[in-house]
Design a protein around this ligand. Structure first.
Ligand SMILES: C[S@@+](CC[C@H](N)C(=O)[O-])C[C@H]1O[C@@H](n2cnc3c(N)ncnc32)[C@H](O)[C@@H]1O
Length: 197
């Protein structure tokens, strides 16, 4: 059964020319919570290979901009998109908006980042939570008041405690495990709307 689900999203992504099956996670989140709007300026943290960039670029239209940053080499397959700007960077080394060639803060921060996993659950949970905490600490610099956040989180008790502490910074705070998440995965997504730094 799990295998069929994997196959379905994998083949669907191939057929629809998306660079990864993860696109269906963002699509479900966006359809449900209305995160991305026309003309938005968006940052995608850990964008590679870039299915979220493809989805976002289409949705924001020609007057919007999506900036992608990833440790990996820039994915040339995305260079034909005129409203996309890509950087090869560790996102935690970005010191200011000027480094990304933008003046204003972003309307939306997306993060599908995951740490390198060891297979040892307790270690992976700590690494994942560190990453999530670091992204939340970037928000006052990156995210406009009133802006939206989508971030991947791996389930743990400590993650739940941390997320509860962040709820107050958003007008709305939702948890969702999209249908396309693999059955074996512990990941879910946090959707914060209307940021109140
Ligand atoms: C699951 S993939 C993202 C898939 C993407 N959402 C898509 O739709 O194609 C996670 C990415 O996060 C990147 N990443 C992890 N830590 C990072 C960091 N500190 N800075 C930049 N990128 C990072 C990894 O290199 C990897 O490419």
């Amino acid at each position: 059964m799990t295998f069929k689900v994997k196959d379905h999203y994998y083949h669907k992504a191939k057929k629809e020319n998306f660079l990864a099956r993860s696109v269906y996670k963002l699509e479900e989140i966006d359809e449900r919570f209305k995160i991305i709007n026309k003309s938005d300026i968006i940052i995608d943290l850990g964008y590679h290979p870039g299915s979220w960039i493809q989805y976002t670029a289409e949705k924001i239209g020609k007057d919007g901009l999506v900036v992608g940053a990833d440790i990996k080499e820039i994915n040339n397959k995305l260079l034909n998109l005129s409203n996309v700007r890509l950087f090869q960077k560790d996102v935690f080394t970005i010191e200011n908006m000027a480094e990304l060639g933008v003046v204003d803060q972003f309307n939306v921060v997306l993060s599908d980042m995951a740490p390198n996993t060891t297979g040892v659950q307790s270690v992976d949970q700590i690494r994942s939570l560190n990453l999530v905490e670091m992204v939340f600490s970037l928000l006052p610099r990156f995210l406009k008041p009133g802006g939206n956040l989508v971030i991947k989180v791996f389930e743990s008790n400590d993650a739940q405690v941390f997320l509860k502490s962040q709820k107050k910074y958003f007008g709305e705070f939702h948890y969702l495990r999209p249908k396309s998440v693999r059955t074996v995965s512990k990941e879910f997504f946090v959707i914060g709307k209307n940021f109140r730094p």
